[in-house]
Structures are given as structure tokens and as C-alpha cells.
Ligand binder design. Structure first.
Ligand SMILES: Nc1ncnc2c1ncn2[C@@H]1O[C@H](COP(=O)(O)OP(=O)(O)OP(=O)(O)O)[C@@H](O)[C@H]1O
Ligand SMILES: [Mg+2]
Length: 491
């Protein structure tokens, strides 16, 4: 088939939600999960640092307290200092002395949370961070930290809202950064996977689909890209498989064409031989003694040639006609095979028919006749071909018996048995013949016919000579037909 004749391959559509799409979504999802996992400790850490920074600033303010006479600072200055650190009050304990930075005209609101920044456990830091962010009320908190210059502690009383606002701003910033990072990462991972994996995979699948549309076209065999990874292996294996398949198909096509040509030649050859047979028939009637001697041989040779053409022709047909199965008596059929074989009257080969009396088999008469004739003829030919003949002992035996719903027929002989070559190609047409002048069709035809009966044929091992066993099951009873008859009978 050439390129023009080949049907154009169907356009290969990428699946709607293919590997690329799935990869993209999964990458974004995984990066987002990673970002969330990182966000939790980051926001907790941000809060701790924010509070510590404020404590640091408060420490500077506390130094003013220490320097002031009696630890008292005038109200306007105290207010200024407190405003600059964003606190309502600062207290410090140095030894036995308590310093307090708080305007005298201001009373402190009730404190709702106390955070000791001297010892911060990680888990508490995380919990407190979320508590701060989720609590919308403007609570007042007390933050305790280490005091400067060997003091005991420093206390900071301040509103929680500025902390919350700072944390939310930080979170939004982090979220935007995360989105950017996950976008960039997803794009990079996606591109890498797309070029490393999805694109070559798509090339392989596209090629498979194109090849399937026209498997005989060697131009559609994939060209391996030379990669050394698994995809490279897949490409090379695919190329090897496609090459084998394409050449096998080409060979099959050539054989089919050859078969057709041979059938045509055979057909005409058979007609020519049939005419030759007519002439030799008339020749045989001449009284000439030489003609009388050779005419039967000529007739026999022609008959053989015609039979040879006939069997090749019938094998060349795509299928035998389906068997017309009806119950037939086996014994007379076997006898007819015997007569057709026309064994030499000197009884050098004995014919033994051991068929159960009255045995019937559900088969096509003509087809079963052809099967048994082929097998019996093979047996005779095998014994005749033997160099050392043993005329007293050579025999062909046909046995037939019923085993339940199956009829078993065996054709055995005392010949040399199947050769290695014949065994290797048992039941294969044109392959197994070891006989000069044999076509190697007899057993193949027998096997095909027996299979059409739902039965099987096989070589029985371990016997003297050769034994072929046929099993033919009775036809299955069609229950619907049976029920129909029953219904009619009752009606
Ligand atoms: N009874 C047998 N004993 C030994 N070898 C056998 C026997 N039957 C068949 N064979 C071997 O199997 C081969 C194939 O048999 P088959 O009948 O298929 O072809 P054939 O006899 O060579 O040719 P034809 O197509 O004319 O029958 C034979 O050539 C023979 O070597
Ligand atoms: Mg044969």
C-alpha cells in the first residue's frame, strides 16, 4: 500500500484534562500546602519578635525612670515617652525598687492577657499568634521581659490592636509572596515535566495512533529519539514492535496475493488435467499391450494430480462450509474409507475396524469421511515408506467408542511414528510434510474440519507407530427449541 492510498490518520486530539493540566493543578496545590506549613511558624515568630522589639524600646524608657529623681517623671514627659513606644504604662523592678512610668491622671483599663517573653514555648507562641489574629476586640495586654542592668523584669502594658494589625499586614504580604513563589515554582515544574515527560509521551501516543491507522506503512514507524531514560526504552521497544508488525503484515499480504495466484493456476491446471484424464481414458481402451501396461499408471498419476489440485484449491478457500451435522453410523463410513483406500490385495497391510456396534456420531458425513481418509491414507503411506517393511505385522486400526456425550475415534498404525519435523508443525498447513509429493495439507484440513465440529484432534504419545485421537462432542441441545417442542406437545 503506498502513501497516497493510505487513509489519513485521524487527527490526534489531546485529552481534555491531560497530563499537563493535572500536573499544573497538582504542583500549585503542593506548593500552596508547603507555603501554609511554613506560614504557621513564620507568623508566630513575627509576633514574638514584634513584642521583643517593643520590650527593647521600653528598656530605654526605663533608663529614664532610673535617672529621674525619686523615680518620678513629670506627666507630660511620661505621656510623650509612652506614646513614642506605643504603650500605656511601663513598670520595672530593680532589686527592691519598683519604677513606674504612667501619667497620674490616667487609670489603666483591665488587663486581659499576660505574655511572659522570658520563656516562650514554640507551641504556645503558635497558639498565641492565632489567638491574637482571630480576636477582634481591642484588649489590653501585659508583656513581661528581662530587665536591663541586672533588673528583675520589665513590664509593658499596651493595646493588642497594633500587634494584630502588624500581624495581618505581615500575613497579607506573606500570602502575596507565597502566591508569587507558587506561581513561579508551578510554572517551572510544569515546564520541566512538560518537556521531559509529557511531550515525549504525547509523541509516542500520537505515533501509536497514526501507526494503528496504517500499520503496513513503514513510514509510520516511530524514530527513537536516542534518549537513555525509560521513555527512550519505550520508544525503542515500540519501534522494534512496529517494524516486526509492519514486515509481518507485508509478508502476509504477499503470501495472500501469491495464494490467490496459485489458486487461479491450480484451477486451470485441474481443468487441463481433467481433459488429459479423458484422453487417457480413451487411450486405455486400445488393445495394444504396451498401452494396456502403462495406461493404469498414467490414470493413477493423473487422478493423483487432480486430487492434489483439488485439495490445494479447497484449502485456499477462506473457510470450509459449516458442517451439516446429523447422527450417522460410524461403521459403514469406516468401511467406505477402507474401500476408497484400495489397499493392495496381497494383504501386506491389515485393516482392522474396531468400532462399537451401532455407534452413531453427530457429524457431517462427507467431512468426517475426508478426515478419516486423510488419516488412514497417512498411516498407509507412513508404513509403505518404511525401508524395512514387515508385511505380516503392518496394520491400520480404527477404533470408535462413545464416552458420555463424546465420541472418540482413534486411527493408529504400526508405522515409524511422526518424525521430529512433522511433530514440530503438526496440523500446520504446508509445513509438516516429510513425504515426497506430499503437500502437508492432510492433517491441517482434518484439524480444521474437526474443530468446526466443536471437537479436537491430537497425537497420542507413547504408542507403537502413530495414533491420532479425534473427539467429537454431540451437539448441545438447544433448550429453547426443546421447550418449544414441549409446549407444542402439551397444546
Ligand atoms: N501416521 C503417520 N505416521 C507417521 N508420520 C505421519 C503420519 N501421518 C502424518 N505423518 C507425517 O505428517 C506429515 C504431514 O501429514 P499431512 O497429511 O498433513 O501431509 P502429507 O501427507 O505430507 O501431504 P498431503 O497433503 O498429501 O496429505 C507427513 O508428511 C508425515 O511426515
Ligand atoms: Mg497426508
Amino acid at each position: 500500500m503506498n502513501e497516497e492510498q493510505a487513509a489519513p490518520p485521524k487527527p490526534v486530539r489531546a485529552p481534555r484534562f491531560g497530563l499537563s493540566g493535572k500536573l499544573l493543578v497538582l504542583t500549585i496545590l503542593f506548593v500552596m500546602i508547603a507555603e501554609v506549613l511554613i506560614y504557621v511558624p513564620l507568623v508566630a515568630n513575627f509576633r514574638v519578635n514584634w513584642l521583643r522589639d517593643h520590650l527593647e524600646v521600653a528598656k530605654t524608657a526605663a533608663l529614664v525612670l532610673e535617672a529621674a529623681p525619686n523615680g518620678m517623671v513629670p506627666d507630660p514627659l511620661a505621656k510623650k515617652i509612652l506614646a513614642s513606644i506605643g504603650a500605656r504604662a511601663v513598670a520595672m523592678k530593680m532589686g527592691a525598687t519598683h519604677y513606674m512610668l504612667q501619667p497620674s491622671d490616667v487609670t489603666l483599663p483591665p488587663i486581659s492577657d499576660v505574655y511572659d517573653m522570658r520563656h516562650v514555648a514554640t507551641f504556645d507562641a503558635v497558639v498565641d499568634a492565632f489567638k491574637t489574629m482571630l480576636d477582634d476586640k481591642n484588649d489590653v495586654m501585659r508583656v513581661v521581659g528581662p530587665a536591663p542592668m541586672g533588673g528583675e523584669y520589665i513590664d509593658l502594658v499596651m493595646d493588642e490592636r497594633p500587634l494584630r494589625t502588624a500581624m495581618l499586614r505581615y500575613s497579607v504580604g506573606l500570602l502575596l509572596t507565597s502566591l508569587l513563589i507558587s506561581g513561579i515554582t508551578a510554572a517551572l515544574v510544569y515546564l520541566a515535566l512538560h518537556y521531559l515527560f509529557v511531550r515525549p509521551m504525547r509523541r509516542v501516543t500520537d505515533n501509536m495512533m497514526a501507526f494503528r491507522a496504517d500499520p503496513e506503512n513503514a513510514g509510520r514507524i516511530i524514530m527513537p529519539s536516542g534518549r537513555v531514560d525509560e521513555i527512550g526504552v519505550a520508544e525503542r521497544e515500540l519501534a522494534a514492535m512496529q517494524t516486526e508488525l509492519a514486515s509481518m503484515l507485508q509478508q502476509k499480504n504477499r503470501l495472500a496475493a501469491l495464494g490467490l495466484a496459485v489458486s487461479k493456476i491450480n484451477h486451470d491446471l485441474r481443468n487441463l488435467l481433467a481433459s488429459a484424464q479423458l484422453f487417457s481414458d480413451r487411450l486405455a481402451k486400445l488393445p495394444d499391450p504396451t498401452v494396456q501396461r502403462f495406461a493404469p499408471k498414467l490414470m493413477q498419476a493423473l487422478e493423483r494430480a487432480i486430487a492434489f489440485c483439488q485439495s490445494t484449491l479447497s484449502y485456499g478457500r477462506l473457510q470450509e462450509a459449516p458442517p451439516d451435522r446429523r447422527p450417522i453410523l460410524l461403521e459403514p463410513l469406516v468401511e467406505e474409507v477402507h474401500e476408497t483406500l484400495n489397499l493392495a490385495p496381497d494383504a501386506s497391510i491389515r485393516w482392522i475396524s474396531a468400532v462399537e456396534r451401532g455407534l452413531t456420531v453427530e457429524a457431517d458425513y462427507d467431512q468426517l469421511f475426508r478426515i478419516l481418509l486423510n488419516l488412514a491414507r497417512n498411516a498407509v503411506q507412513a508404513m509403505e515408506s518404511r525401508a524395512a517393511r514387515d508385511p505380516g505385522r503392518d496394520q491400520v486400526r480404527i477404533t470408535g467408542r462413545r464416552e458420555g456425550a463424546v465420541v472418540v475415534i482413534e486411527v493408529s498404525d504400526t508405522g515409524p511414528g511422526f518424525s521430529e519435523k512433522a511433530r514440530a508443525h503438526l496440523f500446520e498447513a504446508f509445513q509438516g510434510s516429510t513425504r515426497t509429493g506430499g503437500t502437508g495439507l492432510g492433517l491441517a484440513i482434518a484439524a480444521e474440519l474437526i474443530r468446526a465440529h466443536g471437537g479436537e484432534i491430537r497425537l497420542v504419545e507413547g504408542t507403537i507407530g502413530a495414533t491420532l485421537r479425534l473427539t467429537i462432542p454431540d451437539r448441545a441441545v438447544e433448550l429453547s427449541a426443546h421447550r418449544g417442542t414441549g409446549a407444542r406437545a402439551r397444546a
